[in-house]
Write a protein of this length. Structure first.
Length: 229
């Protein structure tokens, strides 16, 4: 537990320092702890340290953890992995956020399957910002049309954009890719005029400083918090 606590505090300090270095407001960046492959009891330890937002890549694993930890107050669960049509119902019924909406069909299914007794599902569009051939995500040129269609769906709230660019070496190279995403986010925010379009989910363990410098509002950190998988 001491080792886990040390890693968590270290990541929190990295975020704080990056925010200060960027001249941004304190607490303007949310840590999303990516807990995929780690068991519920480990997630509970991190939750006890004060973390509330957790990201899961695998739907069934995430649903099982959500059920196992339902007694813990205030946990917010984010689905951040690729989403297939046959898994949308599980996500709509159990998760609070989805970061990986990259086509209208998925958004429509989430909207239709979100139970009426739950708050609207918070969603981000996954954008393939650098055109990586193996990466999911809507092309930047198609992002506005998809955003407009998703924003019109009931039971969903369009919150912003998520990116997973290919890894590059060096702060400046990382920053250049993230700046492209921030520019697109700003363009969408202006075009859509939505009051809740406020989330740029960008940056992971290796590049969170560059992502925060560019304007990320949520960094998705797994290894640096939980350790090697």
């Amino acid at each position: 537990m001491d080792e886990l606590s040390g890693r968590y505090q270290g990541v929190s300090e990295r975020i704080t320092q990056a925010v200060l270095q960027a001249g941004r407001e304190p607490h303007s960046v949310q840590l999303l702890a990516v807990s995929k492959t780690f068991p519920a009891d480990v997630v509970a330890v991190v939750a006890a340290l004060g973390q509330r937002h957790f990201g899961e890549n695998y739907v069934q694993e995430g649903v099982e953890k959500i059920a196992a930890l339902k007694s813990l107050p205030g946990l917010v669960w984010h689905c951040i992995g690729p989403l297939q049509s046959n898994k949308t119902r599980f996500v709509a019924e159990h998760f609070d956020w989805v970061h990986s909406v990259d086509r209208l069909k998925i958004a429509q299914r989430l909207s239709e399957q979100r139970p009426a007794h739950l708050p609207p599902l918070q969603v981000c569009l996954q954008v393939n910002i650098d055109g990586g051939p193996t990466k999911a995500g809507v092309a930047p040129s198609d992002a506005l049309a998809l955003a407009q269609a998703v924003a019109a769906l009931p039971r969903l709230v369009l919150r912003g954009v998520m990116t997973i660019p290919d890894a590059v070496d060096g702060f400046e190279a990382q920053l250049a890719v993230h700046v492209q995403a921030k520019r697109l986010f700003d363009e969408l925010q202006t075009a859509l005029g939505l009051p809740h379009f406020d989330t740029l989910s960008m940056g992971m363990s290796a590049d969170l400083e560059a992502a925060i410098q560019a304007g990320s509002s949520m960094v998705r950190v797994g290894t640096a918090v939980f350790g090697a998988r």
